[in-house]
Design a binder for this molecule. Structure first.
Ligand SMILES: Cc1cc2nc3c(=O)[nH]c(=O)nc-3n(C[C@H](O)[C@H](O)[C@H](O)COP(=O)(O)O)c2cc1C
Length: 202
C-alpha cells in the first residue's frame, strides 16, 4: 500500500472481528515497531504480544472493559485477537547516557525530556501504520491497572507500561466522542519558517 494511503486510512479501531490474525503478519508488525528510532540508540521500548484468550480476558477486566460496555461501547479488548502491551525500560537510557559519548548530553539538570516516552510514541506510530499496511486495524488505550497487568504477564518491575495496542480485522465500531472536536486544520498545527507566518501553509 502507498505510504500516504496507509497514513490516511489509519484510525483507532475499538471493535474487531472474532477471528485470528496470521502470526506472520503480527511478526512483521512487531518488527516494524521495534525498528523505530531511539535516543542514543538506547532501544528502551519493549513489547509483550498476547494472543491467549484467557490472558486477553484478564487484561480486558484489568482495563475496565465493563465500564466501557456500560457506556454503550462495543466489546473491544475481550474480542481483539491480539494485544500488544507496550512498555519502556528507562534504565536503558540511564545506562546509555552514563556512557562517555553521551554523559554530557544529558545535561547537569537531568533529562531535557524523558526520551523513553518519545521513543514509545514513535514505536506506537510504527505499529499502528504497519497494521494498516497488513490490511489490519489497530487501536491504543491507557492501561488502567498497570501493576496488575505487569504481574499477570510476569513483566519485571523495571518496565513501565505505556499502554496497550490491539490488532485484528476491523468490525464496525462506535467512534470516539473525541472525534466530534474535529481535526485541527493543518495550517494551525504546521507553520513554515516562523510561527506567525501562515503564508506558505497549505
Ligand atoms: C497516547 C494516546 C492515548 C490514548 N488513549 C486512549 C484510550 O485510553 N482509550 C481510547 O479509546 N482511545 C485512546 N486513544 C485514541 C485517541 O482517542 C485517538 O487517537 C483520537 O481520538 C484520534 O482518533 P484516530 O486515532 O482514530 O484518528 C489514545 C491515543 C493516544 C495517542
Amino acid at each position: 500500500m502507498e505510504f500516504q494511503q496507509v497514513v490516511a486510512r489509519r484510525r483507532m479501531v475499538r471493535r474487531y472481528r472474532d477471528a485470528p490474525v496470521d502470526p506472520a503478519a503480527v511478526t512483521r508488525i512487531l518488527h516494524a515497531a521495534a525498528r523505530g528510532p531511539s535516543a542514543g540508540f538506547a532501544q528502551g521500548v519493549r513489547f509483550v504480544v498476547v494472543t491467549d484468550a484467557g490472558t486477553r480476558a484478564a487484561i480486558a477486566q484489568l482495563c475496565d472493559e465493563s465500564r466501557h460496555l456500560a457506556q454503550g461501547f462495543d466489546a473491544w479488548l475481550s474480542v481483539a485477537p491480539v494485544h500488544v502491551v507496550i512498555g519502556v525500560r528507562s534504565d536503558d537510557y540511564r545506562d546509555r547516557y552514563a556512557e562517555p559519548d553521551k554523559r554530557r548530553s544529558r545535561g547537569p539538570d537531568g533529562w531535557q525530556l524523558p526520551w523513553w516516552w518519545v521513543d514509545a510514541g514513535a514505536a506506537l506510530a510504527l505499529l499502528l501504520l504497519a497494521a494498516v499496511d497488513e490490511g489490519l486495524a489497530a487501536g491504543f488505550l491507557n492501561v488502567a491497572r498497570p501493576d496488575a497487568v505487569r504481574r499477570l504477564l510476569a513483566m519485571p518491575p523495571d518496565i513501565t507500561i505505556v499502554g496497550l495496542a490491539t490488532l485484528g480485522q476491523p468490525a464496525p465500531d462506535r467512534r470516539s466522542g473525541s472525534l466530534a472536536r474535529g481535526r485541527r486544520p493543518v495550517q494551525e498545527v504546521v507553520r513554515y519558517e516562523r510561527w506567525s507566518d501562515h503564508q506558505h501553509a497549505t
